[in-house]
Write a new protein. Structure first.
Lengths: 262, 138
């Protein structure tokens, strides 16, 4: 039998011993030695468990950091797309608002307006509409009730607008105030300001008065706002007095301008 | 032997704290498969008690299971096929399944791990254990 089952005697002795230990432990005879053993084994188990937790946390942090990095990349990409989409929507909204505002100020039944986007600003303001959109030289360009300038150069797809501040620009104008009105000629100056000249001394003009177009040139309607008087220049020895006129809005803020085609 | 005992103690603490594998039984099965010795039974008895104690179980039953499984391995190791080390994989699979009486993923892992363990124990036994019976003639 010992040849078939190796170390049979030892096996039997140990099995019986295990059985005795089992019975003793079941009836709680081994409580004291077990408690003593726990004093030794518990700190070791705790140490191993604690170390494994710490190591696990470090690995978890590494994986979490990697995931966060990838997530961050994706979110940045999505944010870029959303910002781009948002910018497009804001631009469309601003253009729509400009169109609506323009319709409220100049009656589309009276004036045939062609909307155009400003695409450059140097000496002239460049717009993205040209002769293909029925734009011709000399046409007036407005925004709401404000005159921006007149078309001076036209190509197929773009045009240049001579602004009121251009030194070559001259527009018959008048200012309106409670005290009365003053007539003159608005002449462009270097810079953004314009000068209203040829005002008679007896005519009333003061700082803050709005200056309007006279409409005698034929290309633009009467009553368009040209600017606001910022300073009145009186010289007793001169025949006429002058007034500095500054624009009521910044031309760089415009999303759309409108060409009066007819 | 001291090294083996130290390794078994470490394995006992590891399997009762963080690893869901029965490392002690795996090592003992592999050793019994290579070397059919009395000491395997003593180790099975002792570490069975230690595992029971660390797992807060009643002392005794695990020792008996370990003793039975080690004895079965030692019986199988005497068969002709035991020369093939690959046989350890199905042997450990069957014995570990017998221990828990259910199949789980850890048993598959333990069975597959038993093969490199056999080679490791054999390598250690051949290279680092001094045999008293071998003496050089001068």
């Amino acid at each position: 039998m010992d040849r078939v089952i190796p170390n049979l005697r030892v096996f039997l002795v140990l099995s019986v011993s295990s059985l005795i230990i089992f019975i003793l432990d079941t009836f709680h005879f081994l409580v004291v030695p077990k408690q003593v053993a726990f004093y030794i084994t518990n700190p070791i188990s705790f140490g191993i468990y604690n170390t494994s937790q710490k190591v696990g946390r470090q690995f978890h942090f590494i994986f979490a950091a990697r995931n966060a990095s990838e997530e961050n990349k994706t979110l940045k990409k999505e944010l870029g797309q959303l910002l781009s989409e948002n910018a497009g929507l804001r631009k469309s909204l601003a253009e729509t608002e400009s169109l609506l505002s323009q319709e409220n100020h100049l009656d589309p039944k009276t004036y045939n307006l062609q909307a155009a986007r400003p695409i450059g600003l140097g000496k002239y303001l460049k717009i993205d509409k040209g002769s293909d959109s029925n734009i011709k030289k000399g046409q007036a360009v407005v925004f709401n009730e404000n005159l921006i300038g007149r078309i001076i150069e036209v190509s197929q797809k773009s045009s240049n607008i001579q602004l009121l501040a251009d030194p070559d620009s001259k527009v018959a104008s008048f200012s309106l105030a409670r005290q009365g009105r003053a007539k003159g000629v608005l002449i462009g100056q270097f810079g953004s300001e314009t000068l209203m000249d040829k005002i008679l001394h007896e005519e009333q003009i003061s700082v803050g008065d709005l200056v309007y177009s006279e409409g005698t040139e034929g290309f633009l309607p009467r009553g368009l706002i040209l600017g606001r008087v910022s300073e009145v220049l009186k010289r007793e020895n001169e025949v006429f007095k002058q007034a500095k006129v500054s624009p009521v809005f910044d031309i760089r803020d415009l999303e759309l301008v409108f060409v009066i085609v007819e | 032997m001291k090294t083996l005992v130290v390794i078994l103690i470490i394995a006992s603490f590891l399997q009762t704290t963080i690893l869901p594998l029965d490392l002690v039984l795996m090592i003992l099965i592999c050793r019994s498969y290579i070397k059919s010795e009395k000491i395997n039974l003593y180790l099975g008895f002792g570490f069975g008690l230690l595992i029971s104690h660390l797992d807060l179980m009643v002392l005794g039953p695990i020792s008996i299971i370990y003793l039975i499984l080690i004895s079965l391995t030692q019986i199988l190791s005497k068969s002709r096929l035991a020369g093939n080390p690959l046989l350890i994989v199905p042997v450990s699979f069957i014995l570990l399944s017998l221990q828990t009486l259910q199949l789980s993923s850890s048993i598959f892992i333990e069975s597959l791990l038993s093969l490199p363990m056999v080679y490791l124990i054999r390598f250690w036994d051949e290279r680092f254990i001094v045999r008293k019976e071998i003496k050089l003639r001068v």
